[in-house]
Design a protein around this ligand. Structure first.
Ligand SMILES: Cc1cc2nc3c(=O)[nH]c(=O)nc-3n(C[C@H](O)[C@H](O)[C@H](O)COP(=O)(O)OP(=O)(O)OC[C@H]3O[C@@H](n4cnc5c(N)ncnc54)[C@H](O)[C@@H]3O)c2cc1C
Length: 612
């Protein structure tokens, strides 16, 4: 009995020992398995997948170090190769998002996943504005993109890519520059003329400009130019699709943006009263011309909505302008405030829509825009050869410019040739001026400069002259003191330049054609106002737009987050409203944004070690 008990106890001991050994082995196996699979599991891979991944990555890093060393020795070699490789690595790494833990088993080590993980992070750019500037910025962003992106593109208008200037339906609205200067893409000024020569361009020109003979010097209808812009937009969207760049188009008004705790921007946009939020890494502001400044008399007007047109590009309510002006009798009068290019457009629209009465256009000087003629390019002269040597006092500059124009005339050159020769150096000349000189220019010389610089097509001038000659259009230099309204219409009180007494006109319609507002603080633009209130942008010292940093981004709480383009930069650059300047500027802004995104990726790469 005792012997059997001893034997049983011995068996039990042996079994216990074996069981302990088995447990230890199981634990050891578990620990071993954990050591080899726990981390790979976190990236959603098996051991072998992870091993294969790290081998591939180290091969890439090895290649990069060889390429870098070679580049160091021979700087002309592999100038982009390293950054391209880093970008690719970045995308691969970003795709390795931790997955929820999966049940472990050694057998899984040998199981290969069939599909690689999808990259989940793509950088996002917000673009506000679908006019020329917004569209060309998107075009350049798509063409220069180094990685797949998401572009959230917002515009309030109906036809994306055309903006205020080119969405006109009137054939009488012509471009104010020759066809061979209106190319939209940077470095290709003749692009529009070449498009007119293409099969596509010929078809559209035959439809929209039947009487026109396209030539490099011709002034085409803006409606036709809009088709050209739309063809660039469509091509851009196709390229984007082929490159994995997602362009999300929103017909909505961007109203606000605020900084998130990750340093991104949370953007709010509104469509028909519904709000939606979007997060972007970088924002481009291409909001274009702001509506004209409002007069003090405006809010008190009884019939303000229908008889007073505060912004001819966006007439509000049930007003006669532009399509019902033919209902006005032949003895009705219309008063236009302003005598610039906007006035010219509105006069042509009034006549096209059958208005039979007279028009009085009033501005301080009563100056009409100058007219284009065929001119020879002016040879290089002192300022264009070396703008840094030009004087930095505007009245001395004016004197020297007049002298140069006289000299040019003596050699057979038109004054326009000299003015146009300044175009490539205007921004440089402007930046050299002190704030006091800039202010003097804006208050004393801006209008004079604008009418010489922004000219009208000869065909348009012929029509305007003929309306002046037959008494339909009266241009009056003077000052408007008051616009009052009663049940029958409006009364405009004004004083002619040099006269002592006030005169009045009974007007059926008054159109505000004073041109765009530049001061964002005085404008009603909600997004710009909110960005300013949040200190994400700031008004420049001339109150003519947004102030910028060296990189071209808006000065504000966070640099290199918001990039303005177009007329928002008048204070900083002076010349940034017409196509020749905008086509280069949009390219520069797209490059700055692309560079910024690259910097952001590189910062991310530095913190990616933990993922491997
Ligand atoms: C009537 C007119 C004729 C012109 N003709 C010529 C010409 O012949 N040649 C030339 O070189 N230049 C011309 N110009 C100059 C013109 O300013 C530029 O050529 C160019 O069209 C400006 O484009 P933009 O995109 O900067 O602005 P815009 O055309 O004003 O476009 C801005 C867009 O942004 C949208 N937007 C603004 N805020 C928001 C928001 N918060 N949310 C969503 N969308 C928003 C607007 O609705 C608009 O569609 C003309 C300008 C005007 C006004």
């Amino acid at each position: 009995m005792t012997g059997r008990m001893q034997e049983t106890t011995e068996h039990l001991r042996q079994w216990l020992l074996q069981e302990k050994h088995r447990q230890r082995m199981r634990q050891w196996r578990k620990d071993l398995e954990k050591a080899f699979t726990e981390h790979p599991r976190q990236t959603g891979e098996s051991y072998l997948q992870h091993l294969w991944f790290t081998v591939k990555m180290s091969a890439r890093f090895l290649t990069i170090s060889l390429v870098l060393t070679t580049h160091g020795l021979f700087p002309f070699l592999f100038t982009r190769a390293t950054s391209n490789q880093l970008d690719r690595i970045y995308l691969v790494m970003k795709g390795r998002v931790p997955k929820p833990a999966i049940t472990s088993s050694l057998s899984r080590i040998f199981k290969l996943r069939k599909t690689p993980p999808e990259p989940t992070h793509r950088q996002r750019i917000g673009v506000i504005g679908g006019g020329f500037s917004g569209m060309l910025t998107v075009t350049h962003l798509v063409r220069s993109a180094q990685t797949p992106l998401i572009i959230e593109w917002f515009d309030e208008g109906k036809t994306l890519g055309t903006g205020i200037a080119y969405s006109t339906e009137d054939d009488c609205h012509l471009l104010n520059a020759r066809a061979d200067r209106m190319g939209a893409v940077a470095g290709k000024p003749e692009g529009f003329y070449f498009w007119l020569q293409s099969e596509e361009g010929k078809v559209h020109a035959a439809r929209l400009w039947p009487s026109g003979i396209p030539s490099p010097e011709s002034y085409a209808p803006r409606k036709l130019y809009s088709v050209y812009l739309q063809s660039i937009r469509d091509e851009t969207l196709q390229i984007a699709q082929a490159q994995g760049i997602e362009v999300r188009i929103h017909q909505a008004t961007a109203t606000d943006a605020m900084l998130t705790k990750d340093g991104q921007l949370a953007l709010t946009a509104e469509t028909k009263g519904t709000q939606e939020d979007f997060v972007v890494d970088v924002l481009v502001l291409a909001t274009g011309n702001l509506p004209p400044r409002q007069f003090a008399f405006q809010p008190g007007m009884i019939r303000g909505v229908t008889h007073y047109i505060a912004n001819i590009w966006n007439p509000q309510g049930d007003c006669l302008y532009p399509h019902q002006v033919n209902q006005l009798s032949a003895d009705a009068e219309i008063v236009i405030i302003g005598t610039g290019l906007t006035m010219v457009d509105s006069v042509l629209t009034l006549k096209k829509n059958g208005y039979k009465g007279t028009i009085t256009a009033i501005s301080r000087h009563g100056w009409l825009p100058a007219v284009h003629t065929q001119i020879a390019p002016y040879p290089q002269w002192e300022w264009t050869r070396n703008p840094a040597q030009a004087p930095a006092q505007i009245f001395i500059m004016l004197k020297q410019l007049r002298r140069e124009i006289k000299k040019a005339a003596a050699s057979g050159y038109d004054w326009r040739s000299v003015i146009d020769s300044l175009r490539p150096v205007t921004q440089t000349l402007w930046k050299r001026l002190s704030i006091t000189e800039k202010r003097k220019f804006i208050t004393r010389l801006f209008t004079l400069w604008s009418i010489h610089r922004h000219r009208m097509a000869p065909e348009i001038n012929t029509q305007i002259k003929s309306l002046q000659q037959n008494g339909t259009l009266r241009i009056v230099p003077g000052r408007i003191y008051y616009v009052g309204s009663d049940e029958e219409g409006l009364t405009v009180a004004y004083r002619k330049r040099g006269a002592n007494r006030l005169e009045t006109i009974r007007a059926a319609l008054v159109l505000n054609c004073t041109g765009p507002e530049h001061d964002i603080a005085a404008s009603s633009h909600r997004l710009l106002k909110n960005l300013r209130d949040r200190k994400l942008i700031s008004v420049d010292s001339l109150r003519m737009g947004i102030s910028t940093t060296e990189t071209g981004s808006a000065e504000g709480k966070t640099p290199d987050l918001i990039f303005p383009v177009g007329t928002l930069l008048v204070g900083e650059l002076l010349e940034c409203t017409a196509v020749p300047e905008l086509r280069e500027q949009t390219h520069a802004v797209a490059n700055a944004v692309t560079e910024r995104l690259r910097e952001m990726r590189e910062m991310d790469i530095e913190s990616l070690g933990a993922w491997i």
